[in-house]
Design a protein around this ligand. Structure first.
Ligand SMILES: Cc1cc2nc3c(=O)[nH]c(=O)nc-3n(C[C@H](O)[C@H](O)[C@H](O)COP(=O)(O)O)c2cc1C
Length: 181
C-alpha cells in the first residue's frame, strides 16, 4: 500500500510528530510512505481565480508533485495541532487547494477525481481541552477529503499537551489507528 502523510506541525519531534512517528512505526515495512510537511510544502493560497470552475486542475502549479503522490495513495494520514480552533495556516491553505475537486464533482459532475478511493486517518493534538477544535478540524477534513475520493476511517485527539507530556495511552492509540486503514 502507498501511504501519503501530511504533517501540519512546524515542530520536529513535537507532540504531533511524536504521534505520527508512533503511527508510522506500526505500518508493516513492505508499505511505501511518502511524507509532506505543510510548512515546507508551503502551498500558495487559493485566491478564487475561477480556473477550476471552468477546467480540471488549478492555475497554480506548486502542488503538482503532491497531488501526483495523492493520486497513487491508498491511505492518507493527516496529523496536526489545533491552532485557534482550526488547523495551522499552511494546512488550511492546502485544504483550500482541494477546491478543484469540489468544482470537478459539483459543477462538472465528475463521479471520481482519482483512479482509486482512499481511506484516511486524522491525528490531532491540542494544548488545552481541544474538543471544539478537534470537531471543527474533523468536519473540515471530512468535507475536503470526500471531494478527493477519501473517507476518514479513524481519528484521535491527544489533548492538554501544554500541561502534560503525551501519555502511553496517546502513543498506543496512535499505533492502533493503523488497523483502520
Ligand atoms: C498559534 C497557536 C495556536 C494554538 N491554538 C490552540 C487552541 O486553539 N486550542 C488548543 O487547545 N491549543 C492550541 N495551541 C496549542 C497546540 O495545539 C499544542 O501545543 C499542540 O500540542 C502543538 O503541537 P506540536 O507539539 O506538534 O507543535 C496553539 C498553539 C499555537 C502555537
Amino acid at each position: 500500500m502507498n501511504f501519503l502523510v501530511i504533517n501540519g506541525s512546524p515542530r520536529t519531534l513535537g507532540n504531533t510528530d511524536k504521534l505520527l512517528n508512533e503511527f508510522l512505526s506500526a505500518i508493516p515495512k513492505e508499505n511505501k510512505v511518502k511524507q509532506f510537511n505543510v510548512y515546507e510544502l508551503a502551498p500558495v493560497a487559493c485566491n478564487a481565480c475561477g480556473y477550476c470552475k471552468a477546467s480540471d486542475g488549478c492555475s497554480k502549479k506548486d502542488l503538482e508533485n503532491f497531488f501526483g503522490y495523492y493520486a497513487e495513495a491508498d491511505a492518507i494520514i493527516i496529523a496536526t495541532p489545533v491552532y485557534n480552533f482550526t488547523v495551522p495556516a499552511p494546512l488550511k491553505a492546502l485544504f483550500d487547494r482541494f477546491q478543484r475537486f469540489y468544482e470537478a464533482k459539483h459543477r462538472r459532475g465528475a463521479q471520481s477525481v482519482f483512479p482509486k478511493p482512499k481511506k484516511a486517518v486524522l491525528i490531532v493534538t491540542s494544548g488545552g481541552d481541544g474538543r471544539v477544535g478537534y470537531e471543527i478540524i474533523k468536519r473540515q477534513a471530512e468535507n475536503v477529503l470526500k471531494n478527493a475520493d477519501t473517507k476518514i476511517s479513524a481519528s484521535m485527539l491527544a489533548c492538554e499537551t501544554d500541561t502534560r507530556p503525551l501519555s502511553s495511552n496517546d502513543l498506543e492509540k496512535a499505533r492502533s489507528l493503523v488497523r483502520y486503514i
